[in-house]
Design a protein around this ligand. Structure first.
Ligand SMILES: *[C@@H]1O[C@H](CO)[C@@H](O)[C@H](O)[C@H]1NC(C)=O
Ligand SMILES: *[C@@H]1O[C@H](CO)[C@@H](O)[C@H](O)[C@H]1NC(C)=O
Ligand SMILES: *[C@@H]1O[C@H](CO)[C@@H](O)[C@H](O)[C@H]1NC(C)=O
Length: 439
């Protein structure tokens, strides 16, 4: 079965390689360099794709259930910063309460769960200390800047000498095997262009704030130490994941970007988005941009322990084609809907808390686009252990999960995750970590 799946995927990718130059890649000339980069990224995505997605799901949720035993606090507004360190979910528990975290930063790379679980970022490379917040030279970025760090060859663990606000002059085009680790400083990417993860593999972004992102005008931008390419206007996403795999976004605070906060498109897969705090934005997360791009069937994304907070409108996320596990998130605000999609995505919603807005026409968590009920009734959108408040309702469809593989293990656990979500997500967003004390 696994072999067969990969065989079909290869076909998707072959068609993909023909169509790619015509899609909005913001790459003006799809030259030899970008063709190679796209080819390697496709291979990495194939390797990241899991033929048994439910297996991964079972693992994450059983861990969650274990860590929640003995906790039943559902209140959000208890930012207990003075008390002892509390790691309230299994990802955080892996690293957060170590007072020696600053000398042990790469431990973080062992902590990701869900579909992005193979991500190690720059674990096997040296540290790079960003000591310069400027971003003035797109073609020959100055040593010490974030742009200079992210284009280096090989794995790199990027940290910051001090707190800084970086206004990106153009989109920040990352290369493979990088970690951006904002712990120990308050690092903001703001009022300029956003982060682009395009045709690469293995990236961690942790502990930064990204807000007020606008479109970049385009132009010549160095995208590797040995390549400069001409880019068209960037979309204005906070983080744009494009044809890339093994990406983990954790403890990032995001708001007010021109386009999406996080978009994952063009055959991206192996992604976990966890512990983030999202506020003040309309179209929050887009997973798959096209109803005709069936290569997005490889998409496998975990959205866990995030707080979808004030001023959000829709798309948390909005999905196409792939497989999405949305687990233990706190949805405290939306104006239109929370989770939506088209083109037969599989959406497993587990242990989330959905608090509907007062508007009687916006109580439905879900929204299905461009299909009659006779069609979408077959899409597998299931809700398990979700807590639905203030009139919220989740319209389920497709096959039930009962009795399927790892879920039978889960059935034996009697806790009610959705009620624990306020606690599980209490420390979402960028943390204020200081060396020598737990984060
Ligand atoms: C499930 O979790 C266990 C324990 O952390 C780990 O050893 C195993 O590799 C995980 N399996 C998958 C499919 O991630
Ligand atoms: C759970 O809630 C009950 C009732 O509010 C309380 O008595 C108990 O101490 C709580 N348990 C924990 C571990 O917080
Ligand atoms: C900043 O970092 C760069 C690159 O590591 C280094 O060359 C430079 O000397 C550093 N500058 C200061 C002021 O520390």
């Amino acid at each position: 079965m696994a072999g067969l799946n990969k065989f079909f995927l290869l076909f998707f990718f072959l068609s993909f390689s023909v169509t790619i130059p015509t899609l909005h890649a913001n790459i003006y000339e799809f030259d030899e360099y970008w063709q190679q980069r796209a080819k390697h990224a496709r291979q990495a995505a194939l390797n990241a794709y899991d033929p048994d997605p439910l297996g991964v799901i079972g693992n994450l949720t059983s861990h969650v259930d274990e860590t929640m035993i003995g906790t039943n606090n559902t209140r959000r507004n208890l930012k207990a910063t003075n008390g002892p360190c509390e790691a309230t979910n299994p990802i955080d528990r892996c690293w957060r309460c170590d007072p020696n975290w600053a000398n042990n930063r790469k431990k973080l790379a062992d902590c990701v769960q869900g579909f992005g679980r193979k991500t190690i970022g720059g674990k096997n490379g040296p540290f790079y200390v960003v000591n310069d917040s400027s971003d003035n030279d797109m073609v020959n970025p100055k040593p010490g800047t974030l742009r200079h760090a992210v284009i280096q060859k090989g794995p790199l663990w990027i940290i910051f000498a001090r707190s800084m606000t970086i206004r990106l002059n153009q989109e920040l085009i990352m290369t493979s095997d990088k970690t951006i680790d904002g712990r120990g400083a308050i690092v903001q990417i703001a009022t300029g262009a956003g982060i682009t993860i395009q045709f690469i593999n293995n990236v961690i972004i942790h502990g930064i704030k990204i807000h007020d992102i606008v479109q970049g005008s385009g132009g010549n931008i160095r995208d590797a130490v040995d390549h400069v390419g001409f880019r068209t206007r960037s979309d204005g996403d906070g983080i744009s994941i494009f044809g890339s795999s093994n990406v983990w976004i954790d403890h990032v605070s995001m708001s007010k970007c021109y386009d999406g906060l996080v978009d994952a498109i063009m055959g991206s897969t192996g992604i976990t988005i966890s512990n983030c705090h999202f506020t003040h934005h309309n179209e929050v997360m887009l997973f798959g941009a096209s109803d005709s791009f069936s290569s997005d069937k490889v998409m496998q994304i975990t959205v866990a322990f995030n707080h979808f907070g004030q001023g959000l409108v829709q798309r948390m996320p909005r999905c196409r084609w792939g497989f999405f596990h949305v687990v233990n998130n706190d949805y405290t605000h939306w104006l239109m809907y929370a989770i939506g999609g088209s083109q037969n995505p599989t959406i497993i919603s587990e242990g989330n808390r959905f608090i509907a807005p007062p508007n009687p026409n916006a109580k439905e968590v879900t929204k299905r686009d461009y299909a009659e009920e006779s069609v979408w009734k077959n899409w597998q959108w299931r809700s398990r252990k979700d807590v639905l408040m203030n009139g919220a309702f989740f319209k389920q469809s497709g096959p039930e999960l009962n009795g399927r593989g790892p879920f039978s293990r889960l059935d034996m656990i009697s806790s009610k995750p959705g009620e624990m979500v306020g606690r599980l997500t209490r420390y979402s967003g960028a943390l204020n970590c200081r060396a020598g004390v737990p984060c």
